[in-house]
Design a protein around this ligand. Structure first.
Ligand SMILES: C[S@@+](CC[C@H](N)C(=O)[O-])C[C@H]1O[C@@H](n2cnc3c(N)ncnc32)[C@H](O)[C@@H]1O
Length: 356
């Protein structure tokens, strides 16, 4: 349990689940994202860019095919692996962007990103900017995020006896439910909530996600935004057998579903509701271009042709990215565009946009 959380609770008596999650993950002193080892074997979890450079290479091929965008923005760059592999690939193809921007919240991770970029001498070839304010972003860019939206603090809502209730954490680290009403009927539509939810059904609602999309949309004029995360469209998310919501904790590569034990020692995330993201982007005048599994995204950019078939590690790592029982199906890619016309040629082998 973290001291800052204790202070927050003593001061406030109870805090919303999103405040609780925010403190555990992002507190400047004690947050998990400011800790020494978060990613990789010694940390808590592994992400697609850490598994294989082919993940970044496919994104590189996508960027090259679009050709009309000058800059790349990566939001939430982790330990810098995606940025590094992507820039190495684009340099090898003589297609570096004009500038690479990293919008990152964690100071510890900014240090790690800078040192990995330096180890690969990439700053000799391209200007890389670290920013923490949306207003400093360029208005024209190819934007990428991997596992960003699943770590945005979220609230937990319960539908009980025809009413909504919101979860708060009290000073005994117990959940208390308080009456809640959505600010507007639109939000329920944006979430894609079914007309009839079972009694006591629990789900997540993150204003951090929608505020982020609203904020970035104020600055960005012309862009593609490519989002990877684990999650589902609303009609596959709000299933009756998912009554307890989707909050997932992970510690030393082991998952559990109780965020109220081992407080501060494990990661907390939630499944991304892709229908919600799509609706919030569209509200901000983005056009949804494509939605598909991570596997179909990578296969669209010929990931298999790049595998070194004499290298078992290379084969196994790409298998992890694309196999349905690993990260291939549960992880999805969403592509939205703003002020860019539709590409004539379809870039994707399958587009499940209809599911959103
Ligand atoms: C789960 S990690 C994924 C890191 C990396 N993209 C990867 O796939 O390895 C989430 C990343 O998003 C960053 N992050 C979280 N919230 C953010 C925000 N509001 N703005 C910018 N970065 C954020 C975290 O610090 C971290 O770098």
């Amino acid at each position: 349990m973290t001291d800052n959380l204790q202070i927050l609770l003593e001061r406030n008596e109870k805090i919303s689940f999103s405040e609780y999650m925010n403190s555990i993950l992002f507190n400047k002193d004690t947050g998990l994202y400011e800790s020494e080892e978060l990613f990789g074997e010694k940390g808590h979890f592994v992400t697609s860019p850490l598994i294989s450079k082919h993940f970044a290479n496919c994104i590189g091929k996508h960027f090259i095919k679009l050709s009309s965008l000058e800059n790349i923005i990566e939001v939430g760059a982790g330990n810098g692996k995606l940025a590094t592999d992507l820039l190495i690939y684009l340099r090898s193809q003589n297609k570096l962007p004009k500038q690479y921007y990293i919008l990152e919240k964690s100071e510890k991770l900014i240090d790690k990103q800078k040192s990995l970029i330096k180890d690969n001498s990439l700053e000799k070839y391209i200007e890389i900017h670290w920013i923490n304010d949306y207003k400093e972003l360029p208005d024209n860019a190819f934007i990428i995020s991997n596992e960003l939206f699943d770590c945005f603090p979220t609230d937990i809502i319960k539908y009980a006896n025809n009413k909504y209730k919101k979860a708060f954490i009290n000073y005994e680290y117990k959940i208390v439910w308080e009456d809640f009403s959505f600010d507007s009927e639109y939000i329920k539509r944006h979430l894609g909530l079914p007309k009839h939810l079972p009694n006591n059904y629990i789900f997540e609602y993150s204003t951090h996600q929608s505020n982020f999309i609203d904020d970035i949309s104020k600055v960005i004029k012309k862009a593609y935004f490519l989002i990877f995360d684990y999650g589902y469209p609303a009609n596959e998310l709000f299933l009756a057998d998912r009554m307890q919501g989707t909050i997932t904790c992970i510690k030393n590569h082991r998952a559990d579903f109780n965020p109220l034990v081992d407080i501060g020692l494990k990661d907390i995330s939630a499944f991304v509701n892709y229908t919600f993201l799509k609706n919030i982007f569209e509200k901000n005048r983005w056009i949804t271009e494509a939605f598909m599994s991570q596997s179909n995204y990578l296969l669209s950019f010929d990931v298999l042709e790049d595998v070194d078939i004499d290298n078992l590690d290379d084969i196994n790592s790409v298998k992890k990215l694309i196999m349905p029982n690993h990260m291939g199906e549960i992880f999805k890619a969403l592509v939205v565009r703003k002020n860019i016309s539709e590409t004539n040629e379809s870039l994707f082998i399958k587009n499940d946009i209809i599911k959103l």
